[in-house]
Write a protein that binds this ligand. Structure first.
Ligand code: V55
Ligand code: FE
Length: 481
């Protein structure tokens, strides 16, 4: 029998619908005619109710891809499940077979050896392939027009890691995709493997090393001259998994380590820079000048995720989970092996993004979702505002979608492929919680506080999810069969 637990807000109930809309309705403004390309995004939509109590739906739900395809002012919408091994096996059984988030010891015995990958975290394009990724498994290739699943991808046999990040970085100067796997040789191991693929998608670099302890390495840092692996104390331990517990626990007594390697460096080059206990997850952007590495990331005092327990039994503290965009600076010549931190804003939030054409390079324009703006109120929780930030001056522009609305990750879309940095649009999916449906709102990236450029209104909800990316038509045209 299919019966899902009731969510606290009916907006967050599973949908389990795959949809096509030809010509999405524009309810305000006009779609920029010159935009030609597709906005792909991952959402999470459990196909079968979990047999785990209080399952982490956002992290442990089936991945569904949505796409908004722009051509001459017309926008077509599509949503399709990613047909992972797990989705197929559970579909055949008509029920959940996989248990606790990233704990294979809790799975139904019939699925031993099948990939636990959910393809629910990020979708990105490189060297003619559209990838969907979840950090616990290899990526999956999807067909960009139909969103049909092609299958798991191992770089033609070259990927030896058991896992591959959902947050690769792209070097705009070389066309390289820089990525990694953590717990790379198995559950709860401290093994990290750092990879680079060249502009044709061929693996050209591989370096294995050990982190100081095993933890969730959700995102990382790539600059022109360095890669940096942030080790944040959301620890894992095989004994916890054997006991049937969730994969990660917060350790309030453990330090943060930033593992620095030169680009294309090897294990012997890793240097660990240490800082006190704190939490960070997503990187907005980073750059280096040969000596100093600057890393911009929202930083909070303690664990952000309420579903990962504190090792000492301390209750989740939402006030310590709020993080403001901050800048970490590593002096690679400093023998003290530490790093500094300075706040760039006083508006807590997450989902930091930039103009990705500046990735690995010095940049000024960033955007993120905010949960609080001092002096302003918005009813309800979650992310209620979007803000652009000039990371040099700290100057912000803020968009408020109105009451009863929450926002997903905002992304930057260039006005045209050659537009200057930060000149273009912010795309953000707005959940109209009182109307049980969502909008795709397009804002001017330089005038975020002006009325939207246009609002595309969907007749239904877009499910919760994390990351997405714009892929220009000129890039999509290079796709390989
Ligand atoms: C995140 C999301 C995941 C995951 C780990 O921070 C981290 C977001 C959607 O799944 O497995
Ligand atoms: Fe992420």
């Amino acid at each position: 029998m299919v019966r899902f637990p009731e969510p606290s807000d009916p907006f967050d109930a599973p949908m389990r619908v795959e949809a096509d809309i030809r010509g999405v309705q524009v309810t305000q403004g006009e779609v920029p005619e010159q935009l030609s390309g597709t906005y792909f995004k991952c959402v999470v939509d459990r196909q079968w109710p979990s047999f785990v109590e209080n399952d982490i739906e956002l992290f442990n739900g089936d991945g569904m891809l949505i796409s908004f395809r722009f051509h001459k002012g017309r926008v077509d919408f599509k949503s399709r499940y990613v047909h992972t091994e797990r989705f197929e096996a559970e579909g055949k059984a008509g029920r959940s077979l996989f248990g606790v988030y990233r704990n294979p010891f809790t799975d139904d015995p019939t699925v031993q050896g099948l990939s636990r990958g959910l393809a629910n975290t990020n979708v990105f394009y490189h060297a003619g392939l559209l990838y969907v990724a979840k950090e616990d498994s290899p990526p999956i290739i999807v067909e960009p027009d139909t969103l049909a699943t092609v299958g798991s991808y191992d770089f033609e046999g070259a990927l030896r890691s058991r896992s591959s990040t959902a947050h690769p970085k792209f070097d705009p100067r070389t066309g390289e995709m820089v990525f990694f796997g953590y717990e790379a040789s198995g559950e709860a191991t401290p093994d990290i493997v750092y990879y680079e693929a060249d502009k044709r998608g061929k693996l050209i670099h591989e370096a294995w090393f050990d982190a100081p302890y095993s933890s969730m390495v959700h995102d990382f840092v790539v600059t022109q001259n360095f890669v940096v692996f942030p080790i944040i104390p959301l620890r894992s331990d095989i004994e916890w998994l054997k006991r049937g517990e969730v994969h990660f626990k917060w350790d309030p007594d453990e330090d943060v380590y930033l593992g620095v390697l030169p680009r294309k460096g090897s294990a012997k080059d890793v240097r660990w820079y240490k800082g006190g206990n704190r939490f960070a997850s997503h990187i907005m952007g980073a750059s280096d000048d040969g000596r100093f590495i600057h890393i911009d990331t929202p930083v909070s005092e303690s664990n952000y995720f309420p579903w990962f327990p504190d090792l000492t039994g301390a209750p989740y503290d939402p006030s310590k989970a709020r993080g403001c965009l901050s800048r970490w600076t590593i002096d690679t010549h400093d023998p003290s092996m530490t790093f500094t931190e300075r706040k760039l804003t006083d508006t807590p939030g997450e989902f930091p993004r930039m103009d990705d054409r500046q990735e690995t390079l010095p940049y000024r324009w960033g955007v993120m979702a905010l949960s609080d703006v001092p002096g302003r109120t918005a009813p309800g929780g979650g992310f209620r505002w979007v803000s652009t930030i000039d990371v040099e001056t700290g100057r912000q522009q803020i968009y408020y979608p109105g009451d009863h609305a929450t926002v997903a990750e905002p992304i930057f879309v260039p006005a045209a492929p050659g537009a200057p940095p930060g000149v273009g649009y912010v795309f953000v999916i707005v959940a109209r919680r009182d109307q049980m449906r969502s909008d795709l709102v397009i804002l001017d990236a330089q005038r975020l506080d002006a009325p939207p450029v246009c609002t595309l209104s969907l007749p239904m909800r877009i499910r919760m999810g994390v990351h997405g990316n714009w892929v220009d038509q000129t890039e999509l045209a290079t796709r390989v069969a």
